[in-house]
Design a protein around this ligand. Structure first.
Ligand SMILES: NC(=O)c1ccc[n+]([C@@H]2O[C@H](COP(=O)([O-])OP(=O)(O)OC[C@H]3O[C@@H](n4cnc5c(N)ncnc54)[C@H](O)[C@@H]3O)[C@@H](O)[C@H]2O)c1
Length: 373
């Protein structure tokens, strides 16, 4: 029997990721949380999820659910354009929020969520599940402590495949509801993980984002070059057009190179470390990482456990809206660079800049903007 209080958790959005990751994560932590409600506009979905995950409190409306159930934590797994209004509403009704990525669609919107955190004393935590996946915390600790010397070069390639039918779901592919494409929707995890491993101190980015092959508004491919305050550099490639599907991260530090070769759920044994031996040969250093048990459910669960620990101890949780804003600012800068043709520095996108109001302010005119630069 657990000695700490159970957190009352509600899940809003029982679609793809709600049913595949959040609800299994919540129900697998029965000693720590109580699933008090499922909310979804779609009656069939909420009924099916209620039956599958053993929850009888089913709602179409989050406000009614919060009034009746008073959850401590609300998980928001709805389409992106609803993240800001629902997060702010949930915090005002007295809950912490664990919100799917991308946190929201603009820096202006992120700043409204940050203001609501201050106003309510609650937190909105952004899903950043790769930071909590197998091996990631070990890689972060080693790189941040410069165990292998200074990190010099980073690589994050997200080369996934999504066929045209992927965009049959109406909110996908559109600026108004998805905000942006492959870089923000699919590559978010690798981008967020690489920035975190490199120390989060990105200083400028030059990028190209474009829609090469899919009939969608948002981009299906991007490439970028990044400079960090430390002097380190990185390259990013993000696409949904690749028949060879992989998520590949690499950090080249002074005395070792660390790699992650995965797809959707990094596991500890997908990380590797290489050094140059005394004969000048590349050797795999099998002493790192220290083996971890494979993730039992998913990395959303590992992040939820970290949130629950902070909630019980009354601590500020990790990856609140301010931290997610840093990744969002990076993505915005990449899109601005693509539209303007030059590097974009951290901090330069403020109120009054069209990119402050929208992640990809060029929007449907992006091709026209390209033609002019
Ligand atoms: N972290 C990850 O690995 C990951 C993976 C996939 C999707 N996502 C993110 O999760 C979010 C949802 O994506 P999805 O693929 O699950 O979408 P989805 O369309 O499959 O599911 C969304 C659900 O939200 C419901 N919904 C819509 N408006 C609502 C409202 N006002 N109140 C309650 N429910 C409402 C819909 O009926 C639907 O069931 C997106 O932000 C997406 O980017 C994250």
């Amino acid at each position: 029997m657990s000695s700490h209080p159970l957190a009352r958790v509600a899940v809003v959005g029982a679609g793809g990721i709600g049913a595949a990751a959040h609800l299994p994560a919540v129900t697998s932590l029965a000693g720590e949380v109580e699933l008090v409600a499922i909310v979804d506009l779609d009656e069939e979905r909420r009924t099916a999820a209620g039956a599958q995950f053993g929850c009888g409190n089913l709602y179409a409306d989050m406000a009614q659910m919060q009034a009746e159930q008073r959850p401590d934590i609300v998980i928001i797994a709805t389409p992106p354009h609803l993240h800001e209004p629902l997060s702010i509403q949930a915090m005002r009704a007295g809950a912490w929020v664990y919100c799917e990525k991308p946190l929201t669609g603009s820096l202006a919107s992120a700043d409204r969520i940050i203001a609501a955190e201050a106003e309510t004393g609650q937190w909105t935590i952004s899903v950043s599940q790769f930071r909590y996946a197998g091996g990631s915390q070990q890689a972060h600790e080693a790189l941040r402590s410069h165990r292998w010397g200074r990190p010099l070069i980073g690589v994050a390639h997200t080369t996934w495949y999504r066929g045209p039918e992927y965009w049959d779901i109406p909110w996908r592919g559109k600026f108004a509801t998805e905000f942006a494409g492959a870089t923000t929707t699919q590559a978010y995890h690798a981008v967020d993980l690489l920035l975190w491993l490199m120390g989060g101190d990105w200083a400028s980015v030059s990028g190209i984002a474009d829609t090469l092959a899919r009939p969608i508004e948002v981009e299906d491919a991007s490439a970028a070059v990044v400079r960090f305050e430390s002097g380190a550099i990185a390259t990013l490639l993000s696409t949904v057009l690749s028949s060879k599907q992989e998520t590949r991260l690499q950090v080249i530090a002074e005395r070792a190179t660390v790699d992650l070769d995965t797809l959707y759920l990094p596991q500890c044994d997908e990380w590797s470390l290489r050094r140059i031996d005394e004969e000048g040969q590349t050797v795999v250093d099998a002493s790192w990482p220290v083996p971890e048990p494979p993730l039992e459910v998913n990395a959303h669960r590992s992040q939820l456990q970290a949130i629950l620990a902070a909630w019980r101890e009354g601590r500020v949780p990790e990856v609140t809206a301010s931290e997610a804003r840093a990744t969002l600012e990076f993505l915005t800068a990449l899109y601005k660079s693509s539209a303007t043709g030059g590097p974009v520095a951290r901090g330069e996108i403020g109120a009054g800049d069209p990119f402050y109001e929208a992640l990809d302010a060029a929007g449907p005119d992006r091709k026209g903007v390209h033609a002019r630069v």
